[in-house]
Design a protein around this ligand. Structure first.
Ligand SMILES: [Zn+2]
Length: 225
């Protein structure tokens, strides 16, 4: 697959489709009641992460998209099989748990698979220059960090990017120049685009480089909600 080097930029994969996925409210309630989902921020509990094998959606038809996020549950990306196959199931399995997506009747949507990201162990963030004020969830302690607007001001920290990684999840799907330019873009998926993010040595938002340290600072400053 060519030589790998430390990159000065990476790409954030972004869907141009407005169509999305919603978790089935009844399934969401079941997850909350058995402690699999935080009832404040909707992130998946580490204890239950390995037990999820299907996600149920309220959508009844398959959206025209290659990459989506299921609303109502944090830490997931839905991939069209075309995109997932090009990236490589093995690469994605290193990053999370691949599960099937079903409609409300329990029928599998054959074109899609969902990658669940454990945000308690995958702490890398896409950072901003002027982010919204970070905070932590009062129930589960998950760090809330929104890098602000516009996405052209977003970047990642070099410490979070390993030199042999072609794809990573830093709250957003991030891929190497090699992966975007030579693997994904040539697929010609019209509803899929990518924006370039700089890879920088130090955070530019006034917060620590490490997500755990940001969370600690939020707690000490009372940014808990
Ligand atoms: Zn929470």
């Amino acid at each position: 697959m060519g030589t790998h080097k430390i990159h000065d930029y990476v790409y954030r994969l972004v869907s141009k489709s407005q169509e999305g996925f919603r978790i089935l409210p009844m399934y969401q309630q079941q997850m909350i009641s058995r402690g699999a989902l935080c009832n404040v921020c909707n992130s998946i509990s580490s204890d239950h992460f390995e037990q999820i094998s299907n996600v149920y959606l309220e959508n009844t038809s398959e959206p025209e998209t290659y990459l989506g996020v299921i609303g109502g549950i944090l830490g997931n990306f839905v991939f069209h099989r075309k995109l997932l196959g090009a990236i490589g199931v093995d690469k994605l399995q290193k990053l999370g748990r691949i599960v099937t997506v079903c409609d409300e009747a329990g029928k599998i949507l054959p074109s899609f698979l969902c990658l669940l990201i454990n945000e308690r162990t995958n702490l890398s963030l896409t950072r901003g220059t002027v982010p919204n004020q970070p905070s932590v969830c009062k129930m589960c302690g998950r760090l809330r960090y929104w890098p602000g607007w516009p996405p052209e001001t977003w970047y990642i920290l070099r410490r979070d990017w390993t030199s042999d990684a072609d794809i990573a999840f830093m709250r957003f799907p991030i891929c190497s120049p090699h992966m975007w330019e030579l693997v994904i873009r040539p697929l010609g998926l019209e509803a899929l685009d990518a924006t370039r993010l700089s890879v920088v040595d130090a955070a530019r938002d006034g917060w620590p480089d490490n997500a755990e340290a940001i969370a600690k600072e939020c707690v000490s400053r009372g940014l808990v909600s």
